[in-house]
Design a protein around this ligand. Structure first.
Ligand SMILES: O=C(CO)[C@H](O)[C@H](O)COP(=O)(O)O
Length: 262
């Protein structure tokens, strides 16, 4: 089965597998959204079924909730958990400060709430997600449907006033309709090119009426587990830098590899 995995899927898998080692019995764990997070959920499901790991998982999307239940994880809501020991999630970009762009899968709102309500956030990513400057990946901004074009115009005006490089914004589509988030909102993707002051941008965008949240995660992530296509995996800590480098074997497990992606 492993021969069918692309290098990028191998990288995502090893990052997820390594990050699963941080999960301990009794933990309340935030479960991210996306293809890398889906590997994590499968790995944790296997640990629950095979090793008797006892955790409660708070999913960050309806997709993740469904997968988590399917693999045998005890799923609870954030209101039931109140506070989490650890959240593990993917990212679209991360930089040297472990600032992130998230929301490529449209789940940024729940992802940010869950990560913020956690003692620790670990990001799992393939090495291609590391960037010198955030912004090549379009920044997702969740807006309420009412007056979304007004919110879009206000965002564009704000980008001009902040002298941001790229100013194009697009409504995320799902076929010929607007993409709708789990919370019933729309996503505007901001094609910025390079974000100079991510902290300032995140604060200013969130002041605009109609904006619910943006995909910049600043001072939220504690560690990044970076996977490579050849099985190498690096753990990088916000305070200590690289804390470990290993190589993981690809485990021949039909159940993990049978349902790729999310
Ligand atoms: O933020 C996200 C979803 O809203 C994802 O974590 C991000 O898009 C990365 O996805 P993938 O692991 O599929 O590359």
């Amino acid at each position: 089965m492993t021969g069918e995995l692309s290098p990028i899927d191998k990288a995502k898998f090893v990052a997820a597998k390594r990050a699963a080692e941080f999960v301990e019995d009794g933990m309340r764990v935030g479960l991210g959204t996306g293809s890398t997070a889906a590997w994590l959920v499968r790995c944790l499901g296997e640990m629950v079924r095979e090793d008797g790991l006892k955790i409660r998982g708070v999913p960050t999307s309806s997709r993740t909730a469904e997968l988590a239940r399917d693999v045998g994880i005890d799923v609870i809501s954030l209101d039931e958990a109140r506070w989490l020991d650890l959240t593990i999630d993917g990212a679209d970009e991360f930089d040297a400060d472990l600032s992130l762009i998230k929301g490529g899968g449209g789940a940024l709102l729940q992802e940010k709430i869950v990560a913020t309500a956690s003692d620790q956030m670990i990001v799992i990513a393939d090495a291609a997600k590391e960037v010198g400057h955030l912004g090549s990946f379009p920044l997702p901004v969740e807006v309420i449907p009412f007056g979304w074009q007004t919110s879009q115009a206000l965002i564009e005006e704000t980008l001009v006033s902040m002298d941001v490089m790229g100013r194009k914004t697009t409504l995320r589509m799902n076929g010929d309709r607007a993409f709708v988030t789990d919370e019933g909102n729309f996503i505007l993707d901001l094609h910025l090119g390079r974000i100079g002051n991510a902290r300032q941008l995140a604060m200013v965008v969130n002041q605009i009426p109609g904006v619910v949240e943006n995909g910049l995660f600043i001072d939220i992530c504690d560690q990044v587990v970076i996977g490579y296509g050849d099985g190498r995996v690096e753990v990088r800590d916000i305070n200590a830098g690289t804390v470990s480098e290993d190589r993981l074997d690809f485990v021949e497990e039909e159940n993990l590899f049978s349902d790729l992606g999310d």
